[in-house]
Design a protein around this ligand. Sequence first.
Ligand code: NAD
Ligand code: DAU
Length: 377
Amino acid sequence: MKRNILITGGAGFIGSHVVRLFVNKYPDYHIVNLDKLTYAGNLANLKDIENKENYTFVKADIADLDEMRRIITEYKIDGVIHLAAESHVDRSIKDPFTFARTNVMGTLALLQAAKEYWESLPEKYEGKLFYHISTDEVYGALELTHPEGVEAPFTTKASSKDDMAYGEEFFTETTKYNPHSPYSASKASSDHFVRAYHDTYGMPTLVTNCSNNYGPYQFPEKLIPLFINNIRKGKPLPVYGKGENVRDWLFVEDHARAIDVIFHNGKVAETYNIGGFNEWKNIDLIKVVIKTVDRLLGRPEGESEKLITYVPDRLGHDMRYAIDSRKLQSELGWEPSLQFEEGIEKTVRWYLDNEPWLDNITSGAYERYYADMYGGK
Ligand code: NAD
Ligand code: DAU
């Protein structure tokens, strides 16, 4: 079937993997990548597919309702995969308003524009779906009841290091929302709007909540790429608090594959959790990253541990996230493909092989390039 799919935030980290997957896998689809190109949006993430016939890039702000109406109508959009967002928790603590504007008002504008366009079409118009990408952070924080870790009750290919869990509880699709940071509060609000558009107007929507992603093209403000970059440059590695917080890590291409499966086979109005059952305490994960970078750079393994610098904790720092993704696995047959150690090796190699990509971002050169090219940000 020919389709016109709008992917928002496609110049960002996860979005670029989703755009690449869809453009390559579905030559009959027209993929429209809509992105404002904020500091986090980088078209260099999509160099390999930018000239494909079934791909179009549009620079726009999702909070601009008239623009959303115009674009959805012009490209006859029948499916939306919505990833555009402000995504960094630390930035949300400094500047919550930008998060409310993009994540809440932007999502609302996009929803409204899609609703108006779809309502104007004949009933037989098939395949309409507004798929909203969200985060496990909306569920709040779990307790660290087993600081040393116990045998995990569930495993997937993504888990490793003897499959440890740091508590008995997991986020499921029915866990009550309890966001703590301005970022997660804004994502929770957008999730509620998406569901409200289904419940009130009958709009075909779907929401997924995913755990921490890692892999190529992640902006080097997030833990793993920041640390890889600092290790290669011999700069301090700022560990928040005691480094005891736990996150559940998933390789970004596995998230993109889950999005593909859910977009095509997920049930309207459902929620699916996506995660790797792959819990790591920050400090343990950091040591794996350090060893891998040192080894690949030919340094004595673990030498860069001397760069670890404990710094004051993030305000309101959530202690533990752990996702139960068994619903997605049993109903739609998705499973992560990579073990964490393989994923980290692949990730570190990618950043070290793509130093110009990192240097370009950390020097601010690409922001100036896009400011010139598109007349400012
Ligand atoms: P990112 O910050 O790397 O990319 C976000 C993209 O959105 C950028 O390209 C940016 O230019 C664009 N954008 C921002 N504001 C915009 C606006 N007003 N209009 C149009 N485009 C705008 O983020 P990411 O890590 O790739 O996350 C993508 C989505 O996945 C987000 O919705 C995030 O909440 C969600 N998510 C992320 C993770 C993770 O670990 N990174 C985990 C679960 C869910
Ligand atoms: O759980 C999903 C979320 O994962 C996504 O919704 C967010 O968009 C994404 O940014 C990520 O949020 P986190 O806050 O978990 O990711 P971050 O990489 O910022 O931090 C991971 C952990 O590492 C967290 O416990 C804070 C800690 N940390 C982070 C940085 C940047 C440090 O100790 N030092 C650092 O310098």
